[in-house]
Design a protein around this ligand. Structure first.
Ligand code: GLY
Ligand code: MN
Length: 355
């Protein structure tokens, strides 16, 4: 089933009116279009795609299963939307209330007075969260590029280089695979590694540092997001104690993941293990997030997560310990929920490596 058909099944099941997608990521998910502006108007037996003249050729190539309509200046997007909806007998649409701004809505309402715009939350999210076999395969490939990147980095990590040099090396390697970066990579060392989302600096790596690298590649629109932490020089007992406890907590959380398990319980398990060594107080973020065409693809495995695991969901599992003035450790896998547990997409070693 295509993503369009999956969405139409949801519209039928929920009794939604015709829906109007305008969020570029959701539009891309539903239509395959990769440009920056497009509207998808979708009903149980209706699929219309609208974009402007900049993307007319691209839309005809990329958007399958939709009636494609394009417009050019002096026509405006809002007026054209109204015209196409009128031609197709649409009198009410549900729009994406999470992302449509007040001024966009006011523009639509002014240009299209005969259509009722109804705010709807979660039109696409619950379907998008479950990845098809084809989507899983793209995520697997995005993870393969990330694995190759880590293997490459192991050849260049050493005391004496800067965080920024390593960041460039990492970014160049990913780009050399003809893959965009999934997000701005994080390469942080020593005390800077205590910042979960720190920026790379000109700091020179020295023996005794933790070095954390958090990065991913984009394969045909699908993202990987992995993290590995290593030690520069010989690992001390303190390095080993922190690292091994983070790894133990991660493995315990992954071990319990399967359909029916609550996201908050997966998160709690990891904190319970970290607390065996008094380390849970150094772990301030959620254990994981959904992954797909966005790096944060909806939903979280966190202390207040209401989510229940389902087959086909893809999650990051990324516990961390961040000690200000000393450093931090994070280990992150990307996993898909299967009928009996999870498959881990990225296969790079999680042993504590020394350089
Ligand atoms: N890798 C960045 C993040 O998970 O937010
Ligand atoms: Mn992540």
């Amino acid at each position: 089933m295509s993503n369009l058909q999956r969405l139409q099944a949801r519209i039928a099941k929920e009794g939604f009116p015709t829906v109007l997608l305008s969020d570029p990521t959701n539009v891309g998910w539903a239509t395959g279009f990769t440009g920056s502006f497009g509207y998808a108007v979708i009903g149980v037996d209706k699929a219309i795609f609208i974009t402007d003249s900049r993307y007319a050729i691209q839309a005809r190539e990329q958007v399958k299963g939709y009636d494609v309509h394009t417009f050019a200046a002096p026509m405006t997007g809002a007026k054209f939307l109204g015209q196409v909806m009128a031609e197709n007998g649409v009198t009410e649409v549900g729009f994406e209330s999470e992302t449509v701004t007040v001024s966009t809505l006011q523009g639509w309402e002014a240009a299209v007075p005969n259509v009722k715009f109804r705010p709807l939350a979660g039109i696409v999210g619950p379907v998008r969260q479950i990845k098809t076999a084809e989507e899983q395969d793209k995520l697997r490939k995005a993870c393969k590029i990330a694995d190759a990147t880590y293997e490459h980095m192991r050849k260049v990590i050493r005391a004496g280089v800067t965080e920024y040099d390593l960041l460039l090396e990492l970014e160049f390697f990913i780009r050399r695979q003809h893959a965009p970066l999934a997000f701005d990579a994080i390469v942080v060392s020593g005390p800077n590694s205590a910042r979960p989302h720190g920026k790379s600096t000109d700091r020179v790596l020295v023996d005794g540092d933790f070095l954390t690298m958090d990065f991913g590649a984009d394969y045909q629109g699908y993202k990987s997001d992995i993290t590995r932490t290593v030690v520069i020089g010989k690992a001390t007992d303190r390095h080993k104690e922190i690292y091994n406890q983070v790894l133990k907590s991660q493995l315990a959380s992954i071990e319990m993941m399967k359909p029916g398990v609550k996201g908050r319980d997966v998160d709690a398990r990891c904190r319970e293990i970290l607390d065996e060594k008094g380390l849970a107080k150094y772990f301030g973020h959620s254990l994981g997030h959904g992954l797909g065409i966005a790096v944060h693809d909806g939903g979280a495995l966190g202390p207040s997560s209401e989510i229940v695991l389902e087959e086909g969901q893809v999650w990051t599992v990324e516990p961390g310990v961040y000690i200000e003035g000393y450093g931090g450790v994070r280990i992150e896998n990307d996993v898909v929920v299967t009928s009996t547990g999870v498959e881990i997409f990225d296969t790079s070693t999680k042993e504590l490596l020394e350089f």
